[in-house]
Design a protein around this ligand. Structure first.
Ligand SMILES: O=C(O)c1ccccc1N[C@@H]1O[C@H](COP(=O)(O)O)[C@@H](O)[C@H]1O
Length: 207
């Protein structure tokens, strides 16, 4: 099985052009208004129109109204929703219900201690994503906590071309998600994006 790749925080047409060339499984649009990577629905729609149709667009939300998420899904701006705040199981269920069960939901779990291992296991979401507290911080969490998570997960938090090989060797995650680590001066860096993806593909080719 190849490791799924998500390149998050796409903001510019040139970010999409680079992603189209690299063909990750997912890219992310951040809709959390407080994020420095925040895009409006109109901006995201224009970027999605330029995205290779084989690449899924994930909307990243922090405590957003499920109706807003469902509208972005219905409009074809996003293909999946990543809930990155304090969303309850009920919110996961609401997103599912409002999209006729069609929108895959990824629930982010902030990995701070043993209790979070249980929270990850119990999440009703289609996929879980293990991250440091916050989101988009560029900081890793204690990977020893991930070793105790028995369901497949997306690994996030401070990944970069410098540590992705070690992360893959150590944890063998279902997928990896990166944002800060593929940026220079707050903008996506095509060379870092390429280097990150190449290393994941090299790892997959050697196992
Ligand atoms: O990227 C953001 O600004 C962001 C804001 C709010 C919630 C989540 C956000 N991004 C997600 O954070 C993780 C890790 O990012 P990083 O590689 O450590 O910068 C990733 O899942 C992003 O989708």
């Amino acid at each position: 099985m190849s490791t799924h790749i998500k390149l998050c925080g796409m903001m510019r047409p040139e970010d999409i052009e680079t992603a189209n060339g690299l063909k990750p499984d997912f890219i992310g649009f951040v809709f959390a208004k407080k994020s420095k990577r925040s895009v409006t629905p109109d901006q995201a729609a224009a970027l999605k129109a330029a995205l290779d149709r084989h690449i899924k667009a994930v909307g990243v939300f922090v405590d957003e109204d499920p109706a807003v998420i469902a509208k972005l899904f219905a409009d074809g701006v996003i293909d999946a929703a990543q809930l990155h705040g304090g969303e309850t199981d009920d919110v996961v269920a609401q997103v599912k219900a409002l999209t006729g069960g069609k929108c895959p939901v990824i629930q982010a779990v902030a990995m701070r201690g043993a209790g979070d291992i249980a929270r990850a296991a119990a999440s009703p979401a289609d996929h879980i994503l293990l991250d440091a507290k916050g989101g988009g911080t560029g900081h890793p969490f204690n990977w020893d906590l991930a070793k105790a998570v028995s369901r497949p997960y997306l690994l996030a938090g401070g990944l970069s071309p410098d540590n992705i090989a070690e992360a893959l060797e150590t944890l063998h995650p279902w997928g990896v998600d990166v944002s800060s680590g593929i940026e220079t001066d707050g903008r996506k860096d095509g060379e870092k994006m390429r280097h990150f993806v190449e290393q994941v593909r090299r790892f997959d080719a050697n196992i």
